[in-house]
Design a protein around this ligand. Structure first.
Ligand code: NAD
Length: 437
């Protein structure tokens, strides 16, 4: 152990990071910037090649940062997993999606654990970072690693440390976001805390992997439930002709005991729509029904249908039918100003509009061409983000609040704007009817 800690002090610990995506790449940069030698592992050769050229494939992670990391000579990316044996610490940042029936899909975590196990050697620290249910690190990863004959903590160390990211938020980034760390045993916690402390500003040790796993889920469940609450209130206040946005603006002036959450067209991203179900699935094993999680899931997944219903109703009021109506959907990203469209509700909105017979186009400066996802393939290209291109549609539906969409001048030729993100005030564009949805 003391050797492990000394190596950290000298910045000689070779940090291997499996998965160079939205979580793994910034983490690799933070460790490189802290002076460590870092190897990024990924099975996607396109990513490895891009990193080799010093390029970034994630817009909010600037190419200059990647290029600077590569230029230090301390960061490189590879798909040669045998190089894991040369790493002193291995951080696993692979996807944890849901299966078809909303069950956890741990195949990536199992795969990475097996990749590590094949090369596991004495003295290594392994940390799982992927979001998952409590009991994954000790119940799923540990047995795979110990099947090698090596034991924790005598031979290797094992911990869980969840990632916290707010993509596109310039105020928060990996280095300054506090990092929760829970080891399988005290030596594992001590080693993992020491490693992260050398790279990020604040580390928060907890008593076990399970507490660390559960804390991440609590954070995401908290968001999912609060977003569901405002979405339900949005639909309720809509019937009462009250604007939920104005209500939230008023309520948030309370200087204590209130945190504003905003309604939208549904949940997106790789975290909030998925992670809560990791817990509800596991809770069943303990005879528990996580009713808040289920209810929030039900309300949030209904949102794209609500948006489409509001569009149909608004067209009807204009004397038009959704069948053969031309509808432009603004935004494919699940969140404003980022190029991440995973689980984006825009796709369901587009599909529901099409099912109803509408002729659908989209505009998203982050996605000139819509790429096929796990659940959809809309086969469209973005229309330009100009007032001219927006003219003539029977309805324009705002799904993502990108900064580019916030200019009221874009909508001078638009008769009906269905706005799920409050990108313009109701009376901002003369001649345009703005319907909140
Ligand atoms: N995106 C976020 O904001 C965020 C925030 C907190 C936590 N998380 C969690 O972090 C984990 C990773 O999420 P992400 O957003 O970085 O996903 P991602 O899809 O952006 O990145 C995962 C990377 O892993 C690679 N990969 C897949 N299988 C692999 C394998 N067997 N070996 C090596 N590489 C492999 C993929 O090619 C991809 O580059 C998930 O558990 C997620 O829930 C994500």
């Amino acid at each position: 152990m003391s050797m492990f800690l000394e190596k950290i002090q000298r910045r000689e610990t070779v940090v291997g990071i499996i998965g160079q995506g939205y979580v793994g790449l910034p983490l690799a940069l933070v460790f490189t910037e802290a002076g460590f030698p870092v190897v990024g592992f990924d099975s996607d050769l396109k990513k490895i090649d891009a990193l080799g050229r010093g390029e970034s494939y994630i817009k909010h992670i600037g190419a200059d940062r990647v290029a600077a990391a590569v230029a230090t000579g301390r960061f490189r990316a590879t798909a040669a997993f045998d190089e894991l044996s040369g790493c002193d610490a291995i951080l696993i940042c692979v996807p944890t999606p849901l299966g078809l029936h909303r069950e956890p899909d741990l195949s990536f975590v199992h795969g990475s654990a097996r990749d590590v196990a094949k090369r596991l050697r004495k003295g290594q620290l392994v940390v799982l970072e992927s979001t998952t249910y409590p009991g994954t690190t000790d119940g799923e990863v540990l047995p795979i690693l110990e099947a090698t004959g090596l034991k924790c903590p005598d031979d290797f160390l094992l911990a869980f440390s969840p990632e916290r990211e707010d993509p596109g938020n310039p105020k928060f980034h990996t280095k300054i976001i506090p990092k929760v760390v829970g080891g399988l045993n005290p030596p594992s916690t001590e080693a993992a805390v020491a490693l992260y402390q050398a790279a990020v500003d604040r580390v928060v040790p907890v008593s076990s992997c399970r507490v660390a796993e559960a804390s991440k889920l609590l954070e995401n469940i908290f968001r999912s439930i609060n977003i569901a609450l405002v979405n339900e209130l949005k639909m309720t206040f809509d019937r009462m002709d009250i604007d939920i946005w104005e209500v939230i603006e008023a309520a948030r002036t309370k200087p204590f005991g209130f945190t504003p959450f905003y309604p939208g067209p549904g949940l997106g991203g790789h975290c909030i729509p998925l992670d809560p179900f990791y817990l509800s699935w596991k809770a069943a094993e303990y005879g528990m029904w996580t009713r808040f999680i289920e209810l929030a899931g039900e309300i949030n997944t209904h949102m794209p249908r609500f948006v489409v219903q509001k569009t149909v109703q608004a067209l009807n009021e204009d004397g038009k039918s959704i069948r053969d109506a031309s509808v432009l959907v603004l935004g494919l990203s699940y969140k404003e100003d980022i190029d991440d469209d995973r689980e984006s509700p825009s796709y369901e909105i587009i599909e529901l509009l099409r099912e109803a017979g509408a002729d659908v186009s989209y505009c998203d400066p982050f996605f000139p061409v819509a790429r096929p996802g796990r659940h959809h393939d809309i086969r469209l290209e973005s229309v330009p983000c100009t007032a001219q291109a927006f003219e003539g549609y029977d309805a324009v539906v705002v799904s993502t609040g990108h900064r580019q969409f916030r200019d009221p001048a874009l909508y001078t030729g638009v008769t009906l704007l269905v706005d799920t993100r409050r990108i313009v005030e109701r009376d901002a564009v003369p001649g345009t009817r703005v319907v909140r949805a």
